[in-house]
Design a binder for this molecule. Structure first.
Ligand SMILES: Cc1cc2nc3c(=O)[nH]c(=O)nc-3n(C[C@H](O)[C@H](O)[C@H](O)COP(=O)(O)O)c2cc1C
Length: 207
């Protein structure tokens, strides 16, 4: 099994990466691989509402399409962000707006998702609220931990000193492992994620 992790940070070895490494370590102990994409240094435009999505973003062929391709072969998704002005960082939001608009249902449906926020001091819960909106609109079961999934620090060394934050990452890994194993057992016994009943109903509030 494999988990795709999107790291919004521009730092390959920063605080967010340290939090993800702790999570990935727990997954690895259960033979679950992690694929971490760090996207914060890329030039990634936001959605231009061209309406041409067909499983891939047709406005810009960049890391969003790489992530969609990877997600099709992954069993779960983790969205992780450094906090910028009490929100997820802007590059990650541009990325996620397009990723979650463009992808086919099959890439997302029924795959567990977890969200992680990292900050020097404040804005983590607000950021987690924003991040959770993406999997919640794509029928992805949200995985939680023993506290909101946050780590505090300005760099990887400080993150390591956040003992509770590190423990929360490990517990998130244990819960994600458990859910992935339950889903795999279910598949072996003919239980798969439900297919949405009525695709295509988009009722605006004026109707
Ligand atoms: C533009 C910018 C805005 C930031 N805003 C916040 C903030 O609102 N709250 C906070 O606690 N830290 C804030 N920080 C600090 C980062 O969240 C913190 O340094 C984090 O550890 C960076 O993670 P990284 O090493 O994975 O990039 C901000 C940093 C930058 C560059």
């Amino acid at each position: 099994m494999k988990v795709l992790m999107i790291n919004g940070s521009p730092h390959n070895h920063g605080t967010t990466r340290r939090a993800l490494d702790e999570l990935a370590g727990t997954l690895h102990a259960a033979d679950i691989q992690s694929d971490i994409m760090t996207i914060g240094q890329k030039r990634l435009p936001g959605c231009i509402a061209c309406g041409k999505c067909d499983g891939r973003c047709r406005a810009f062929d960049d890391d969003v399409n790489v992530a969609l391709e990877k997600l099709e072969h992954a069993d779960a998704l983790v969205l992780a962000s450094p906090v910028y002005f009490a929100s997820p960082n802007g590059t990650l939001l541009c990325f996620l707006d397009r990723m979650f608009s463009a992808g086919h249902d099959a890439a997302f449906l029924g795959k567990p998702a977890a969200c992680v926020a990292v900050a020097r001091r404040a804005g983590t819960t607000a950021s987690l609220d924003v991040l959770a909106k993406y999997p919640a609109i794509r029928a992805m079961p949200l995985v939680t931990s023993t506290y909101w999934a946050m780590v505090h620090g300005s760099d990887a060394a400080q993150a390591e000193q956040d003992e509770e934050g590190m423990e929360v990452m490990r517990n998130l890994g244990l819960n994600l492992t458990w859910l992935l194993q339950c889903i795999a057992l279910g598949k072996e016994n003919g239980k798969t994620a439900p297919v949405p009943a009525a695709p295509g109903h988009r009722t605006d509030f004026i109707r």
